[in-house]
Design a protein around this ligand. Sequence first.
Ligand code: NAG
Ligand code: NAG
Length: 455
Amino acid sequence: MARLLLLTALGVLFTLQMVSSTKLVCYLTNWSQYRPGAGKFTPANVDPFLCTHVVYTLATISPDNQLATIEWNDEDMYKQLNNLKLTNPNMKTLLSIGGLFNGVSPFVAMVFTAESRNTFIKSALSFLRTHNFDGLDLAWEFPGQNGSPLDDKQRFTALLTELRQAIMDEARDNKKPPLLISIKVGALSSTIDIGYEVPEVASKVDFISIMSYDYHGHWEKRTGHNSPLFNSSLDQGSHVHHNIESTVTYWLEKGAAADKLLLGFPTYGRTFQLTSSYSGLGAPANGPAEAGPYTREAGFWSYYEVCSFTSTGTVGWITEQKVPYATHGNSWVGYDNKESYAAKAQWLRGKDLGGASVWTLDLDDFGGAFCADGAYPLVSHLRNSLGFPPKPTTTVGPTTTADPITTFCRGRPDGLYPNSADGNTYFQCFRGNTYLHSCQPGLVFQDSCKCCNWP
Ligand SMILES: *[C@@H]1O[C@H](CO)[C@@H](O)[C@H](O)[C@H]1NC(C)=O
Ligand SMILES: *[C@@H]1O[C@H](CO)[C@@H](O)[C@H](O)[C@H]1NC(C)=O
């Protein structure tokens, strides 16, 4: 009963607070649980109030076309993640399917016939409901490429059409809200042309996460930025299109509705090894800088690894492209920080896009252990820049001292409590952390119903 009241109160309060339809979709990856020390990330590290949608990456498709888990403890992780909806019932969760097996996407075999697609769709719907997910994210990289025949473009449309139909039928039969469908798509026009019948695909899905990153990396002989907002006067040939503005313009031109498109925000940077004393954009380079101590993948640093690097290195700003880079010795990294996030958020709002898609939660400074800027500095800043109401938090970290408000929840059970200093606000205790929420103007928190009401 107490739980029911709590849920109802939260549901009502958050519906009142969240007026915007903007989406902030955040991915987390199954492999981040294996990073060492403070880099280890599990669903317990997810802040249920940060993103509107959280996507668990990754599940796969078995040879007999069933949705299937990958890691030994995936089901446990699903439970941890989906239990966070008890704390914030407005958070939605999706399960992402993708990856490559022997270099080929598991989608290729599955989409081949109407019968195999039907088998998959049935298994996916039942799997998602069993594990309490709200939707399915299809991460096929990419239809028509990597061992996928050209007519997979049409088969992808067929899959989405049949999936949409099945989802609507299932929702009607079971009197539940329909499951969500999202897709993770490429950023370059060549990939888009080969892979997607854009208007058909866009009309079947709830949102489209554009992978607007990996535009440049150590596979090139000159330094270039991972995720620039605009082109650079140094760009030559097809590289003039390796930027967010070009990508989004192309998706819109091809017939995707703006409000279905989510701009991809990387919480990582791409590194190069410089080969001369020149260290600006377009500097000669050969291969990646050393792998990061936590992510351990050459050419790639998480934001929290970049933070440790920028404290000793030199930071520059690429004015034309509105993104930062940093150098130290012969290492170079093009990354994103709060300034570039704010610039991109402002730009996407100007285009009336549907919101942002973050790759990934586990690469931000999720625990606040590295950047001296609180937990989730990038994603929190993005949330603010997108115009969401302030996240109801005064988070308690080991570095915060002696503010009676932030320590309110120490030793208290999870739940909602009145704030004796201000009747318009109330505390939520969750895992020992204190979250300060506000009622709508004019309302006061009442302990008897654990809800906001007229005084
Ligand atoms: C996570 O998913 C990937 C992608 O399919 C898979 O290859 C991998 O084995 C999984 N686990 C880890 C630890 O990477
Ligand atoms: C770079 O982008 C600007 C703004 O969209 C555009 O006017 C210009 O033509 C682009 N440059 C090239 C070389 O494409």
